[in-house]
Design a protein around this ligand. Structure first.
Ligand SMILES: Nc1nc2c(ncn2[C@@H]2O[C@H](COP(=O)(O)OP(=O)(O)OP(=O)(O)O)[C@@H](O)[C@H]2O)c(=O)[nH]1
Length: 267
């Protein structure tokens, strides 16, 4: 028994999306939840959230996605909502270098207000606006990958809400990152306790709950990614049978074009 979750229950995860104003956080959420894209989105004031059901690696999740205001003047309105998050998506736009530079500050703000440990929390970096013509690109995948490695962020993906590229994959990656952290926490817990006290609620890296309801969200309800069929061991390379060394970044689908670039954590 690896955890105390009853089988066939839906796991509710709070996913918070952070990043500079205009990088496309609201568009990302809307594309994922409703498959809609609005070229003339208004700036978010404070926070908004939407639910979406998704199956990942044979488990059902309801993602409660919190879209936050990126503009500095709304700082006080967004920060109270960081607590209780299970996953944090750090967003930048590939055509906006400042938004990449801002990731450090966003990560710091989140760690401060969510009150979680940096090395125990699942962050994922998301580079949006992948559809922009190459001449407008200001941020290279490789430099973000490097920054992620230096800051203990183990998942990176580029997306386009406009072109609907990699959007579901980004959320699947986020769930997998959460799952990975949960397993690490469980292993640590077992190492510290030979006997697990089943009457004690295990608060792993973050809050999480089980629920039986559908959680609202899109009428489309549950989304099943082809990748979601892969076992959680797919946090390892999908096309390599050998066990990779720990704490190493690899590119999934290395042969794929930039459009599908994603970095994932290696167990
Ligand atoms: N080319 C391109 N433009 C995008 C994409 N996503 C969003 N945009 C554009 O960027 C604008 C801002 O997107 P939003 O989703 O509102 O940005 P945000 O990060 O939520 O901004 P704040 O609410 O101010 O924090 C949109 O109105 C679109 O015009 C994308 O994938 N590609």
């Amino acid at each position: 028994m690896t955890n105390m979750r009853p089988p066939n229950k839906t796991i509710l995860l709070k996913v918070v999306i952070l990043g500079d104003g205009g990088v496309g956080k609201s568009c990302l959420m809307n594309r994922f939840v409703s498959n809609r894209y609005d070229e003339n989105n208004f700036h978010t004031i404070g926070v908004e959230f939407m639910n979406k059901n998704i199956d990942v690696d044979g488990e059902k999740y309801t993602l409660q996605i919190w879209d936050t205001a990126g503009q500095e003047r709304f700082r006080a309105l967004r920060t109270p909502f960081y607590r209780g998050s299970d996953v944090c998506m750090l967003c930048y736009a590939v055509d906006d270098r400042d938004s990449f530079r801002g990731l450090k500050q966003w990560r710091g703000e989140f760690l401060n207000y969510a009150d979680v440990k940096a090395d125990k929390f699942p962050f994922i970096a998301v580079g949006n606006k992948l559809d922009m013509a190459p001449k407008y690109r200001q941020v290279n995948y490789e430099e973000v990958e490097q920054w992620c490695q230096e800051n203990g962020i183990t998942s990176l993906i580029e997306t386009s809400s406009k072109a609907a590229s990699n959007v579901t994959d980004a959320f699947v990656l986020a769930v997998r990152q959460w799952k990975h952290m949960e397993r690490v926490a469980e292993i640590e817990l077992r190492q510290h306790n030979d006997t697990i006290d089943l009457t004690r609620s295990i608060r792993l890296a973050q809050n999480r709950f089980c629920c039986t309801g559908g959680g609202g969200g899109s009428s489309a309800g549950s989304t099943t990614s082809a990748e979601a069929e892969m076992e959680d061991e797919s946090m390892r390379s999908g096309n390599s049978g050998s066990r990779p060394s720990p704490l190493r970044f690899v590119k999934r689908n290395a042969a794929a074009a930039r459009q599908t670039q994603a970095t994932n954590f290696q167990l």
